[in-house]
Design a protein around this ligand. Structure first.
Ligand code: GLP
Length: 257
């Protein structure tokens, strides 16, 4: 495992980049990071992602909870996103994913868990309330992120501007193709989702971005070394003062470190 500090010019803060040898090592390092956050601040507000990338990290966190190393009883969580039109019992929903991969196995109180509802009748109201709940909780202490092949974070897809608030957005064609692997057919992939906006993500006190595999190498390159543009939503992380990126070697392949 290697640590690189990417020096930024002028006002931009340095980015810390950890390159792990493989997915296992990336997941353990990420779990170390989240565990340290909870140990240092037991009532931490965590922003959490879904997708294949964080599965290993969640597995590690469950192990550490079972070993008595971390206690989630005062932790508050906000998930990044949810598909529209899928209710919490749908196995393809992010509610279901979070239950299966983390919440059912740890002691975080049910009332401390927040995930946008994709089946809300009034989506705008759902988005506004989600935004307010994040504020009421005092903002996010640690935001964990995955990244899409097109550079999306949460479901903030490439666009002509950065969408600040929690909102409903259209999924990008590439995202629909990438996520079709979780569904029986591509037609079943919802075309819309609710996503935490860029503002709540950027207001998180710390950000931990994870990526593995060669299909993420281009997005990581653009995020770290490219221009800060809404066509690559993750590139805005260059402006955040405290970002740690943990990659496996394949996802780091295009970086000049
Ligand atoms: C999904 C989620 C993102 C996630 C990304 C990558 O569509 N909305 O939050 O980070 O795509 O997913 P994966 O980790 O499966 O590659």
């Amino acid at each position: 495992m290697k640590l690189f500090i990417r020096k930024k010019e002028g006002e931009l803060k340095d980015m810390k980049i950890i390159v792990a040898k493989d997915y296992e090592e990336m997941s353990k390092k990420a779990a170390d990071f989240v565990a340290a956050q909870i140990i240092l601040k037991p009532d931490s507000v965590l922003g959490l992602p879904t997708g294949s990338t964080p599965v290993g990290m969640y597995r590690e966190l469950v192990k550490r909870y079972q070993a008595g190393d971390i206690d989630f009883s005062n932790v508050v969580t906000f998930n990044l996103d949810e598909y529209c039109g899928l209710d919490a019992e749908n196995p393809q929903s992010y509610h279901y994913f979070m239950m299966e991969n983390l919440f059912a196995h740890i002691n975080v109180p049910k009332q401390n868990i927040h995930i946008p509802s994709g089946s809300a009748l009034d989506i705008q109201k759902e988005c506004d309330q989600y935004e307010q709940k994040i504020k009421d909780a005092g903002g996010i202490d640690l935001q964990v992120l995955g990244i899409g092949r097109n550079g999306h974070i949460g479901f903030n897809e490439p666009a002509t501007y950065f969408e600040a608030k929690t909102h409903m957005g259209q999924l990008d064609e590439d995202t629909i193709r990438a996520n079709a692997r979780f569904f029986n057919s591509i037609e079943e992939v919802p075309k819309k989702a609710i996503s935490m906006g860029i503002r709540a993500i950027m207001q998180a006190r710390k950000i931990l971005l994870l990526a593995n595999g060669e299909e993420k190498a281009e997005a990581i390159y653009k995020t770290v070394q490219g221009a800060i543009v809404p066509q690559v939503p993750a590139s805005i992380l260059q402006l955040h003062p405290d970002v740690v990126i943990i990659l496996d070697e394949k996802a780091a392949d295009k970086l000049s470190l």
